[in-house]
Design a protein around this ligand. Structure first.
Ligand SMILES: [Zn+2]
Length: 97
């Protein structure tokens, strides 16, 4: 039985996922689910460093004005440029360094 973090690692080695997609695939629901997965991703980033792999981040983007956020393990709630809350989540995947 793989742990949740191990499952996330094997998923992200296949293709890219957003946090919402990961929550759905892993069957994690509820208010804290995104926060939980963001914490997992931060831990995974550290684990990968020791294995010569890297967590790639496709940054979040404002779907209204196209503003591109910094590539961080975080889901921004509001666009700093146009104040829209219509945000495309960042996407994550794992690559060899
Ligand atoms: Zn915007």
């Amino acid at each position: 039985m793989a742990t949740r973090r191990e499952r996330i690692i094997s998923l992200l080695e296949e293709r890219d996922y957003s946090v919402s997609e990961l929550a759905q695939v892993l069957g994690i629901r509820g208010k804290g689910s995104k926060k939980l997965i963001l914490e997992d991703l931060k831990a995974i980033q550290k684990i990968l460093r020791r294995e010569g792999k890297v967590l790639l981040v496709k940054p979040a983007e404002c779907r209204k004005c196209g503003f591109v956020f910094r590539p961080e393990i975080n889901i921004p709630s509001r666009c700093p440029r146009c104040k829209s809350e219509w945000i495309e989540e960042p996407r994550f995947r794992i690559a060899e360094r």
